[in-house]
Write a protein that binds this ligand. Structure first.
Ligand code: GDP
Length: 441
């Protein structure tokens, strides 16, 4: 994943600091040199690195830090603060006005992920109860409008395409269409070019004049590296815009461009895109991203993902589980939920130290276990799934035959079930203690 090696290197530095106990000025100097190298290697703009390290070092080299009881922890906290600041400090929200329809315009180079981002944004807004309309104004890339129409169809958002018309006219007409069909947000996907050129800039300016967007967002590809900064600056001069969407942060971009963009251009990052699926757009939070980079885990991200994945039905089943114990059907449901959250890799990547663990495994997480376990459970009878304790040796052999796996595979699953059931018992005891008002321990 992006930032993987940066995370590793920063954590190695922190580990060395923690191993020291008391810190001297020399220790801080060494650590700051390591951080500087790590950032430069992640392709962060050198000026940004210089300022960052200067600020961080200054804050670390105070008596307050050096003579504290936990100097290493203080250093980590300062690095976290400064990294959060670097990324913009606080969340920069998508600002929608009370005008109907609201207009969001996307600009960016060809291949940056603009069309994909338009769809993701539409999907996000739709989930928030809005009724978006996608406007296909990229008339130069022949497949662009088709691509948008297909993706829009998948998420149930209409796509306005003015076949043959000029992009400015399509943009204008899309607003009228939105009014006529009662859509409250129009997302205008504009044309990109491989390189920045005058014609593209002018067209973006013209569309902007024509539809007066509430928000203009620029999409940049995380893989562009440091060049992000140049592209963003050039666009900022010509079309100006309100914020940046960084796409393809799920890839193995070193991430330096993404880290530099706010500091160098002053433009806030509003969203990051972490995959090709419609639900892989995240509201960008500087603190959460900084924590993720520092391997502190993104607990809020996990909770949000879980909430998105959880249906009312699942919440009800959680209650039942607490009451009646954990069945194989529950396990099946749980595995499906994990899959929905992006698999174990997705979840682990957000846990404290999880990204590191993943890197160390070299991405060798056996997701196939899920498919095996699913096959095993599906090979059980309804009665066995409800009351797994009845599964004896004979039943195990039959289940294994049924799904084409070995009794050892079945045993592994049974063991896992046993542990989860035990855990569920503990949670139940805890819950009873709380609701029963009894004093703990
Ligand atoms: P456009 O020319 O700017 O409209 O770019 P597209 O939206 O067509 O995206 C170009 C390619 O990048 C497509 O193959 C997308 O599937 C892919 N893509 C876009 N966003 C992401 C992302 O966040 N992650 C990954 N892995 N791929 C992406």
């Amino acid at each position: 994943a992006a930032f993987g090696s940066l995370s590793d290197r920063l954590n190695d530095t922190f580990d060395r600091l923690r191993g020291k106990g008391k810190l001297t000025e020399a220790d801080i100097n060494v650590a700051m040199r390591e951080i500087r190298m790590a950032l430069l290697e992640a392709d962060v703009n050198y000026r940004v690195v210089k300022d960052f390290v200067t600020r961080t070092k200054e804050r670390c080299l105070t008596a307050e830090v050096l003579e504290s009881l936990t100097p290493a922890q203080n250093v980590v906290k300062i690095v976290l603060d400064e990294l959060t600041e670097l990324l913009g400090g606080t969340e920069s929200k998508l600002v929608l006005s009370s005008r109907i329809p609201n207009v969001i315009m996307l600009v960016g180079l060809q291949g940056s992920g603009k069309t994909t981002a338009a769809v993701k944004l539409a999907y996000m807004l739709k989930k928030q109860g809005k009724s978006p309309l996608l406007a296909a104004c990229d008339v130069y890339r022949p497949a662009a409008a088709d691509q948008l129409a297909t993706l829009g169809g998948e998420i149930g958002v209409p796509v306005f395409r003015g076949d043959g018309a000029h992009p400015v006219e399509i943009a204008r007409a899309s607003i009228r269409e939105a009014v006529d069909t009662m859509r409250d947000v129009v997302i205008v996907d504009t044309a990109g070019r491989l390189q920045i050129d005058e014609e593209m800039m002018q067209e973006a300016v013209d569309i902007k004049k024509a539809v007066k967007p509430d928000q203009v967002l620029m999409v940049v590809d995380a893989m562009t590296g440091q060049d992000i900064v140049n592209v963003v600056s050039t666009f900022a001069e010509r079309t100006d815009f309100d914020g940046v969407i960084i796409s393809k942060l799920d890839g193995d971009a070193r991430g330096g461009g993404a880290l530099s963009v706010r500091e160098v251009t002053g433009k806030p990052i509003k969203f990051v895109s972490m995959g090709e699926k419609p639900d892989s757009l995240e509201v960008f939070s500087p603190e959460r991203m900084a924590k993720r980079i520092l391997g502190m885990g993104d607990v809020i991200g996990i909770i949000e993902k879980a909430q998105e994945a959880a249906t009312a039905e699942q919440l009800a089943s959680a209650e039942r589980m607490l009451r009646d114990g954990f069945t194989m059907d529950d396990m099946l449901e749980q595995m499906k939920a994990v899959k929905k959250m992006g698999g174990m890799k997705g979840i682990l990547g957000m846990l404290p130290g999880g990204q590191r663990a993943l890197n160390q495994m070299g991405g060798n997480l056996d997701e196939a276990v899920f498919d095996r376990n699913e096959a095993i459970i599906l090979s059980m009878t309804a009665e066995e799934r409800r009351r797994p304790s009845i599964i004896n040796g004979q039943r195990r052999a039959r289940i294994a035959r049924g799904c084409g796996l070995t009794p050892t595979d079945v045993n592994a699953l049974m063991k896992q079930w046993g542990e989860m059931n035990k855990m569920m018992g503990k949670v139940r005891a805890m819950a009873q203690q709380q609701t029963g008002g009894k004093k703990g321990k």
